[in-house]
Design a protein around this ligand. Structure first.
Ligand SMILES: Cc1ncc(COP(=O)(O)O)c(C=O)c1O
Length: 385
């Protein structure tokens, strides 16, 4: 239908999920144990390589909660994190009674700025205020420039965590996202590049850490026939049915990356004649999965903020959204410490995420392109285009 709603990023099933779901029903493995869970975890480990072990859980937020606890975060600690991110990167810091410190972005990928990380850690060390953990978020399908960040963390004994919730399928210097730090997390929320309808994954290089978080995620039941508990627990395991969806989805990950990259390239080409309206660059350090296509508006060449374009697209029944509102600009974190923040603020004000689903048809892409051009181009230029 001509004016049917176009969403930002929707689940895209392949059909390969059904046999795994049917198998869980046939075998009656319908809880938080079963062959799909083991299979999904081993397949993710094989796909990512780099010696990671995997544990499937109920969400990316739950995965980060478990990871921070495994890294020793406790009441009164500091945890440094990218300010330009979704709140799911931050809530678990608060669950553990710790305090977030927000760090600014670099210009190319919008991810953590290695210069800011180095300066912040040196300063924090001098003051005796080092964070226990630093979380590097890989935004919108693009990896952070992690090597310098990792070296700085090692120098000061700070545990590095990768928030790869948005970047499955991306690479960094030939390595898969999720394998460049001692701990990482994935999200399989419905809007992600592959989905289990809702779910997440803990990734760790250390097998003992995986066994500890597995116990916590399973109500901290001790290996005993009685219900014996020595530690605080959570009900965070993924269901075997949903892990089956994940197994089917993982098979098509590469084609999903190709499709999303294709959407981004089409936008870049279609808008190439609009001054000051450009697709976020692909950084030199790796493959961008283009989970979302992010366009940047240059205020020197275009008037109007990203939020105005979001509103204009809404009029055409097209869902888009501004780049994440930085955490240091959230009422919830009004009193938090922030290092820098101006780059993230600008990216938020000038960045817009356009519909990016891997199932977005050519006709739907054309509708988005026409609606954007309508708003961006002065009438005179539109006529000659
Ligand atoms: C960067 C980032 N971190 C964490 C999360 C949390 O993942 P989940 O929604 O699976 O809890 C998300 C998104 O959903 C995210 O985009």
């Amino acid at each position: 239908m001509a004016n049917q709603r176009i969403y930002l990023s929707v689940p895209h099933m392949s059909g390969d999920e059904q046999p795994y779901i049917a198998d869980s029903f046939r075998s009656n493995w319908l809880s938080s144990v079963g062959p799909n869970l083991d299979g999904f975890e081993r397949e993710i480990e094989r796909r990512l390589g780099g010696g990671v072990r995997a544990l499937a859980v109920s969400s990316g937020t739950a995965a980060l909660h478990l990871i921070l606890r495994a890294a020793g975060v406790t009441t009164g600690d500091r945890v440094a994190v990218s300010t330009l991110t979704f709140a799911g990167s931050v809530w678990p810091i608060l669950y553990l009674g710790a305090t977030p410190v927000f760090l600014d972005s670099e210009e190319v990928s919008g991810n953590l700025d290695p210069d800011i990380v180095e300066e912040y850690l040196a300063d924090a060390a001098a003051r005796g205020q080092l964070p226990r953990v630093l979380i590097a978020v890989h935004l919108y399908g693009q990896h952070a420039d992690i090597d310098r960040i990792a070296t700085a963390c090692e120098r000061y004994g700070v545990t590095l965590v990768e928030d790869a919730a948005e970047s499955l399928g991306a690479t960094y210097q030939g390595r898969q996202t999720g394998t460049t730090a001692p701990f990482s997390l994935l999200s399989f929320n419905g809007n992600k590049i592959i989905t289990t309808t809702g779910g997440g994954m803990v990734l760790a290089k250390d097998e003992t850490a995986i066994q500890r978080v597995k116990k916590w995620a399973n109500q901290s039941r001790e290996p005993s026939s009685e219900y014996l508990h020595r530690e605080l627990g959570y009900n965070y395991r993924m269901s075997n049915v949903l892990a089956g969806i994940g197994r089917g989805q993982l098979k098509v990950l590469d084609s999903r990356v190709t499709a999303r990259r294709h959407v981004a390239e089409r936008y870049a080409e279609a808008f190439s004649d609009i001054p000051g309206f450009t697709l976020q660059r692909e950084a030199r350090w790796g493959l961008h999965s283009r989970w979302l296509s992010v366009m940047q508006i240059d205020p020197a060449q275009q008037s109007g903020l990203a939020s105005a374009l979001v509103a204009a697209l809404e009029e055409a029944n097209i869902e888009s959204r501004p780049v994440w509102r930085p955490m240091h600009m959230q009422p919830m974190f009004a009193d938090a410490q922030v290092v820098g923040g101006a780059v993230a603020k600008r990216l938020f004000e000038t960045g817009i995420c356009l519909p990016s689903s891997s199932s977005l048809s050519d006709a739907e892409q054309s509708r988005v392109i026409d609606a954007v051009r309508e708003w961006m181009m002065p009438a005179r230029l539109r006529r000659s285009a």
